[in-house]
Design a binder for this molecule. Sequence first.
Ligand code: FES
Ligand code: FES
Length: 162
Amino acid sequence: MSDDATDRRSRIAVEVNGRTRHADVDAGATLLHTIRDEFDLTGAKPVCEVGTCGACTVLLDDVAVYSCLVLGAECEGRRVDTVEGLADGSELSPLQTSFAQCDALQCGYCTPGQLMSLEGLRRNNPDPSDDEIESAVQGNLCRCGAYRHILEAAHRAFGDER
Ligand code: FES
Ligand code: FES
């Protein structure tokens, strides 16, 4: 590796799903590729990679972000949560349970992003209005058109917590 290439890499420590992980990342590597390629967490999906579909959504310090628009190097010392961290062992989170109960997925490709957008809402606003629930997932496209079931699942999950 040339000195130039070495200079463009940085060592980061990130708390991922509650556990500190380290990686050497290229200056241009996105968070999406850092979590997939360095941490082997493949729930967040690379689809558009330009911030239009939401398939790559994760939480950064409890806020839902498109991980294709964040650099891995920016996440030094921060907390990242991915869909892999939602369940507690074999016990699904309330959101995941509602998605299963409401048939809120078809191909499932958008599901990790939908779940993480809603998890971000739950952490910041545990008692959201209907509009707030809808707006939490408005940046998550579903090519299968499962929107009605996704919203049903979201309302059920938040309703259970009220
Ligand atoms: S892959 Fe990030 S928004 Fe589409
Ligand atoms: S379930 Fe297929 S893209 Fe949403």
